[in-house]
Ligand binder design. Structure first.
Ligand code: SF4
Length: 135
């Protein structure tokens, strides 16, 4: 893995993306299903992807960030990401903002502000449908 330098400020990142080379490793789920965030940001390489795919599905153990593809994603409504809107309706919250490496560029934070970060640690990607969903 390599550190991330010089991120383009204009690039909006999906915080629940696939495990693919050059994705940012956002965090690791603990035994309770809560995400522990990793700082500073790290980009994963082919070796990480190969190792991660040997065990359980990597998106069930980690969260990754990649550029938001908007209309290329089934969760895009045309204006917004429906994943974080749906998660906010569940109303689960943490007390403080996670120490996240992508906040300035995060789609969910851009869309919903600190409220998104309050529910973010509980959101896992559903790899069976390829949709990010809440637990
Ligand atoms: S919602 Fe907040 S905590 Fe989650 S990835 Fe975006 S900026 Fe980070």
């Amino acid at each position: 893995m390599v550190g991330v330098h010089g991120e383009k400020a204009a690039e909006i990142l999906c915080p629940s993306a696939r495990c693919e080379r050059d994705a940012i490793l956002l965090g690791v789920f603990d035994a309770t299903g809560r995400l522990g965030y990793i700082r500073p940001a790290l980009r994963i390489d082919d070796e990480f992807v190969a190792d991660a795919t040997k065990g359980r599905v990597p998106e069930e153990r980690f969260r990754f960030a990649q550029p938001c593809v908007e209309d290329g994603c089934r969760n895009w409504t045309g204006e917004r990401c429906s994943v974080i809107d749906d998660a906010l309706e569940l109303g689960t919250a943490t007390e403080s903002l996670p120490a996240c490496s992508i906040r300035r560029a995060c789609r969910w934070f851009t869309q919903a502000g600190p409220g998104a970060c309050a529910v973010c640690p509980l959101i896992a990607r559903n790899v069976r449908t390829a949709d990010p969903v809440t637990d």
